[in-house]
Every structure is written in structure tokens, then in C-alpha cells.
Design a protein around this ligand. Structure first.
Ligand code: C6P
Length: 421
């Protein structure tokens, strides 16, 4: 059994009346049985399920006003443009950005980070410049910077993580130098669930005049996010992890920075005038949205935002904290189980291994019990290397999960233990 670890967390409102089973009824996919057992969906960090309101919003767009945006004067195009731009305003409000000019629709967190690397980084960085990341980053917040380093000669500096899965204390003093040009950091780690002390890191980076990108892919579904309160310069996230459709995501960028960044991709909608001798680019945010966007996706994301605001992000955060504590206790009772990631500030993720059982076997056995978890390196290979494991099993939570789901998970893992050991 794991040694118990302190949970010195910020006090947070307790929501005894949060009615997860009621919210769960809004998600049609959660009503099914898998291998004859009721589905227990605990793979929300990979992608979340979609509430009826999102499915209906996407379907309504295709059934009633499918049309391209910003291009036509006809009625359907006006309706589509209104809904698309309405979704942008909903996202702006959700993350408290100052202006819709700061909300760029992209395919997801991955594309958002590539955009910043290729537009902001490529136009500014030169050989010897330093980009700081952490050891707990998802590959999407590593590889785009490695590509940039190959292109510019910049180099990566990596903040190590502790045995608990927290950023090594003192990273700021140790790593920032006069050559540091950028900090790109996960708000929440997908492999460990750690919530990073991003406000402190941003304050430190800004003292060194270094801009900060937060990878918020695993934060927005679990925590209220206020980009202005955080003070970050860029914030990247994906719609599909926050109960919206796949194929749509958001890059938030501070307007003052975006204004001075060159376009990344060229094409329709990102231009004002095209001539062979000179092309003039469009205003923000369109300058970074070349080509026909994922209109249905954006509208679906807007519906997901409406839904999350209806449920309430503070209530979701409080409920999920209790659920995570409960799940941690249940899993710690399983013989030979080790939790990977025991940070004091955590959300949403229970990553673990059981001595003597390969995580893939574990995943297959719990699947037979109707429990969906992810096994593997979770696109965070450096984290696996840090903890000397090839892979982990990962249960990841959403507000529609219940204590019963976590009981079922613990029983299924016990069963695997009996089969293999
Ligand atoms: N993590 C997981 O199972 P995309 O693929 O662009 O929607 O999101 C990429 C991404 C970026 N950052 C973090 C912290 C993430 O967790 C992810 C996606 C999924 O953990 C799929 S690998």
C-alpha cells in the first residue's frame, strides 16, 4: 500500500448537494452497457463524453443553417456567422479574456502550441536562446519547441519534477537566465494530475521579461480559469476534453503580443487584400484562422461552455476534489498498487501501477468489467522515464463520475490482482 501523503490543499467550498447522477443523465453515451456491464467511463483526460446540448447544437447547425462563415450575405451564412462568432464570445467570457480578438479557434491544444512556437518563436528566437519547459509536459508541449529549436538553434531547459510529481522547488532561480526567452508549462499534468503553481511561475517569468504559455488542456474541464487573473500570455486548450466536439480548440493570446506576431498559415479569411506584389493580412483573430474553420465544432464548443457555466465551474472543482480524495483512498487499499503522482494540488487524475501486472493487462481486465481507463505513456514519455515505469494505468475523472464508479474501478483492479498474482 502507498504511504499516505498530506493533502495540504487550499480550503474549498464543500458541495454536498452536487448531484452528479443528475448531470450524468445529460450524457447519452454514458447510458450504455459494455461487455454486459454498465459503462463506467474514467478516460476523461483522453476525451470527455458530450452532453445532449452539444450534440444538438452541432446537429442543428448541419440541419438548419449549414453555411460558410464571414463570406456570404445570404441568410444562412449570416446565421452561421452569428453562431460562430457567438461561440467565440462565450469562450472569451468563460476564460475571462479581455476581448474576442484574443480568442483564436484552432484544432486543439496541439495546434495552439504549434501556432505560438511557429509564429511567436520562429520570428524572434535565435541560436542560444533558451525555452523553459517542465519534465511533466505532454508531447504537444515538447515537440513543437524541439522543432523550433531545430529551426532556430534555440535550446530547451527542463524543470525537473519531484517524487510526488511537483515542479522542483527553486526552479525559477535556477533556470531563468538572461538568455531565457519563453516558458511553456502545463497548468495541469495529464499523466499525474498535478496542478502547477502557475501564478508563481508566471510572476517569476515576468520578472525576467519572459512570456508564458500555459497548456490548459487538462485544466479547463476541472477548474475555473481566468487568464487575466493568472496573467499568462498564451493559454491553449481543446474542446473535446471539456465536453465539446473534437477538432476544435482555442488559443488565447494577449492582444499586444498577437498584434506583433506574423501569420502562421496562409489562406482564405486571414487576409485583407491579396496582390502578387503584396498581401495585407486581416485583423485579429482572423489573421490566425486561415481557411474554413470547424464551424460546427465552434458552435458545439459554445454549447459546452453554456453547459459548464450552468453546472458551475466552482461546484465542479469542489466536487471533483472530494471524488479524487475518495478514489485515492479506495485505490490505496489495493494490494501492490502504487500511485504515480501524489502532488498536494491535484485534479482529475489517478495514475497507477500494480506490481507484477502490465498496465495494458490491467486495462484489458477492467474493461471486461465495463470500466474504461487509459493505459500507456499518456503522450508524456519523459514522465514515465522519471518514474522508471514503461506505462501506467490512468483513471481520469469528470463531474459526472461518482463514488460508485470509483468503487467499481477498485473492485475491477482487485480482480486483476487475483487473476495475475
Ligand atoms: N492528452 C490524454 O489522454 P489535443 O490532442 O490537441 O486535443 O491535446 C493535446 C494535449 C495537450 N496537453 C495536455 C496536457 C494534454 O493532456 C493533451 C491531450 C490526452 O492525456 C490525449 S494524448
Amino acid at each position: 500500500m502507498n504511504a499516505r501523503y498530506d493533502r495540504l490543499r487550499k480550503p474549498i467550498a464543500v458541495t454536498a448537494d452536487f448531484d452528479a447522477p443528475r448531470w450524468r443523465r445529460d450524457f447519452p453515451a454514458l447510458r450504455q452497457r459494455v461487455h454486459g456491464k454498465p459503462l463506467v467511463y474514467l478516460d476523461n483526460a483522453a476525451t470527455s463524453q458530450k452532453p445532449r446540448i452539444v450534440i444538438d447544437a452541432v446537429s442543428e447547425y448541419y440541419q438548419k443553417f449549414n453555411s460558410n462563415v464571414h463570406r456570404g450575405v445570404h441568410h444562412l451564412s449570416e446565421l452561421a456567422t452569428e453562431a460562430f462568432e457567438g461561440a467565440r464570445e462565450k469562450v472569451r467570457h468563460f476564460i475571462h479574456a479581455a476581448s474576442v480578438r484574443e480568442i483564436i479557434f484552432v484544432r486543439g491544444a496541439t495546434e495552439a502550441i504549434n501556432l505560438v512556437a511557429q509564429s511567436y518563436g520562429r520570428s524572434r528566437f535565435k541560436a542560444g536562446d533558451e525555452i523553459i519547459l517542465s519534465e511533466m509536459e505532454h508531447h504537444s508541449n515538447i515537440v513543437p519547441w524541439q522543432l523550433l529549436c531545430e529551426q532556430t538553434g534555440a535550446v530547451l531547459r527542463v524543470i525537473p519534477i519531484t517524487d510526488a510529481g511537483e515542479l522542483e522547488p527553486g526552479a525559477c532561480e535556477k533556470l531563468f537566465t538572461s538568455r531565457t526567452r519563453f516558458l511553456a508549462l502545463a497548468h495541469v499534468s495529464n499523466a499525474l494530475g498535478t496542478v502547477n503553481p502557475v501564478k508563481d511561475m508566471i510572476a517569476c517569468a515576468h520578472e525576467h521579461h519572459v512570456p508564458v504559455l500555459l497548456d490548459g488542456a487538462q485544466a479547463v474541464p476541472h477548474l475555473p480559469v481566468d487568464v487575466r487573473e493568472l496573467g499568462c500570455d498564451f493559454y491553449a486548450f481543446s474542446g473535446h476534453k471539456m465536453f465539446g466536439p473534437t477538432g476544435i480548440g482555442v488559443l488565447y493570446g494577449r492582444e499586444a503580443l498577437l498584434q506583433n506576431m506574423p501569420p502562421w498559415q496562409g489562406g482564405g479569411d486571414m487576409i485583407r487584400v491579396v496582390r502578387f506584389d503584396q498581401t495585407l493580412y486581416n485583423d485579429l483573430p482572423y489573421r490566425f484562422e486561415a481557411g474554413t474553420p470547424d464551424i460546427a465544432g465552434a458552435i458545439g464548443l459554445g454549447a459546452a461552455v453554456d453547459y459548464l457555466e450552468h453546472v458551475g465551474m466552482p461546484a465542479i472543482e469542489a466536487y471533483e476534489r472530494q471524488l479524487l480524495d475518495y478514489g485515492t483512498e479506495q485505490l490505496q487499499r489495493v494490494k501492490d498498487l502504487k500511485l504515480v503522482g501524489t502532488a498536494r494540488e491535484k485534479v482529475g487524475v489517478l495514475s497507477f501501477s500494480v506490481d507484477g501486472i502490465h498496465p495494458h493487462d490491467l486495462g484489458t481486465i477492467v474493461d471486461r468489467e465495463g470500466v474504461a481507463i487509459r493505459t500507456g505513456h499518456h503522450c508524456a514519455m519523459p514522465v514515465m522515464e522519471r518514474f522508471h515505469v514503461p506505462a501506467t494505468a490512468r483513471a481520469s475523472l469528470a463531474f459526472y463520475n461518482t463514488r460508485e464508479d470509483l468503487d467499481t474501478l477498485a473492485r475491477a483492479v482487485e480482480k486483476a490482482h487475483q487473476v495475475f498474482l
